[in-house]
Design a protein around this ligand. Structure first.
Ligand code: NDP
Ligand code: 2IT
Length: 447
């Protein structure tokens, strides 16, 4: 088996040089899915995984815009349309200076499995730009978003490809992007998700990824007769996902000890309560400030510059910032400090070596493609509401989100439970996600 996996990976490596993040994501999937394919005749010998690692379409384009000082700026825009076997391409847009083809291909590849797990009819895609929103005025953000959409619009559509937010793309950016799409196409359609409530958005979509992640962690803990209540929780990031993960932890009776951004983390031994979280939301979403300012406002908290929060003793860790933010030594520290559950809010925040540490220690570990799927699932619910030209209540959407997270958890157990009872959620999520897409690809023939 090892030889089959090595041969497959070396082939993919050769065809995708200089794409380390993409190869990392493929490696994690190949190691769990190839052994399953070999054991199942309907999938064996059809090169299905080889077809799945090749994007159906990669679009790369120039984005020119004028900054506030009258200077012409040039950025690069992308959309990776990875797989449309079970539905139109669906996935977020990321605006961050580190964005490149490798990062977007890893995200698009993960999205295919994640969207399949949601039980909703959505294929996988991802896009974005190396544009850095930090420090830009609202006018600059608007001009960039309009310029970006002036090319992207010809490649997307409500039945073709439906983008949403991701790092650096929130409600403000979705608004500007939607405005330009509507103008160019002269149609009001649900072509983007994460829209404002008065123009087609869904209740709970802003909260969905963070809430969904905590619902998933709760499900995992329940398998051990345990719960979030009373748990010490370490969270990284302080953006959309981290904020609402923190809110749900508080609602379920847990204690949030940390939040972070790319400049460092804050540690509040007394706990980041609802009042303090409200301040963080205002600081990050309205003032667009840095998390370090929390320690000025609340002197009982410490700001640790340039570091990640994994050294703080906790029961539960929720990495909610970015890829590869939690390495092997961080994983060892978490385990040594008694952490029993790691549930990924971000996409691929744990390195493959870190995952091995969690698996060896047999603690609960959920990969992002399962545990952060609540965001895109609720995007799917936004699409349904747009198609119906109707809005569901907050309670109705939250209930559906909880059902979906429970279904994903069940699927992970179905394919990931080992003989000793330990659940490998990585294996479970990869195989469950794969089966649905592979069956659709087989039914549709070689296209
Ligand atoms: P936001 O832009 O709202 O927040 C991102 C957060 O992560 C910020 O605190 C940011 O800090 C931090 N961060 C970004 N890059 C780095 C870095 N290189 N090192 C350290 N910290 C960093 O994004 P989201 O909260 O939406 O996304 C967070 C993660 O969740 C991403 O991995 C995303 O792909 C994933 N995700 C998001 C979903 C969604 O619906 N939004 C759905 C599923 C997954 P700083 O301000 O300093 O950059
Ligand atoms: O990574 C993700 O799942 C997202 N950024 C959300 C995608 C979406 O279409 O809602």
């Amino acid at each position: 088996m090892k030889q089959t996996i090595d041969e497959f990976l070396s082939h993919v490596r050769q065809r995708n040089p200089n794409e380390p993040e993409f190869l990392q994501a493929v490696e994690e999937v190949a190691e769990t899915v190839l052994p399953y394919i070999v054991k199942h005749d309907i999938y064996y010998g059809k090169n299905i995984l080889l077809r799945m690692v090749e994007p159906e379409r990669v679009i790369s384009f120039r984005v020119c815009w004028v900054d506030d000082s009258g200077e012409i700026q040039v950025n690069r825009g992308y959309r990776i349309q990875m797989n449309s076997a079970i539905g139109p391409y669906k996935g977020g847009l990321r605006f961050h200076p580190t964005v490149n083809q490798s990062i977007l291909k890893f995200l698009a590849f993960e999205q295919v499995f994640k969207n399949s797990l949601t039980t909703l009819p959505m294929g996988g895609g991802k896009g974005g730009s190396d544009f850095d929103p930090k420090g830009k005025s609202d006018g600059e953000i608007m001009r960039f978003c309009h310029a970006f959409m002036s090319e992207l619009f010809r490649h997307i559509g409500p039945s073709t490809d439906i983008p949403a937010g991701d790092i650096g793309v929130g409600a403000r950016e979705i608004g500007f992007l939607f405005g330009m799409y509507k103008k160019l196409k002269n149609e009001f359609t649900g072509v983007l998700t994460g829209k404002g409530l008065s123009w087609g958005g869904s209740l709970i979509r802003p909260e969905a990824t963070g809430y969904g992640n905590v619902y998933f962690a709760q499900k995992m803990l329940e398998t051990k007769g345990d719960a979030i209540e009373g748990k010490q929780v370490v969270i990284s990031g302080s953006g959309n996902v981290a904020q609402y993960a923190a809110e749900k932890v508080l609602q379920l009776g847990g204690k949030v000890l940390t939040l972070s951004d790319s400049s460092g983390y804050i540690y509040d031994e007394k706990g980041i309560d609802a009042e303090k979280l409200k301040y963080v939301m205002h600081l990050k979403n309205v003032e667009r400030g840095r998390i370090g300012e929390y320690a000025n406002k609340y002197p009982e908290a410490k700001f640790i510059k340039g570091e990640t929060p994994w050294g703080i003793k906790c029961d539960v860790a929720l990495p909610c910032a970015t890829q590869n933010e939690l390495g092997e030594s961080d994983a060892k520290t978490l385990v040594e400090n008694g952490c029993i559950c790691v549930s990924e809010g971000a996409n691929m925040p744990s390195t493959n070596k870190a995952i091995l540490v969690f698996h060896k220690a047999k603690i609960l570990f959920a990969p992002g493609k399962a545990s952060n799927a609540g965001g895109v699932a609720t995007s799917g619910l936004e699409m349904t509401q747009n198609a119906l030209r109707f809005n569901w209540t907050r309670e109705a959407v939250d209930e559906k989100l909880q059902e979906i997270m429970e279904d994903i958890h069940d699927e992970c157990i179905k394919y990931g439970k080992g003989e000793d009872g330990y659940v490998d959620y990585v294996k479970g999520a990869n195989i469950a996600g794969f089966v649905k897409v592979a069956d659709a690809m087989l039914a549709q023939g070689i296209v």
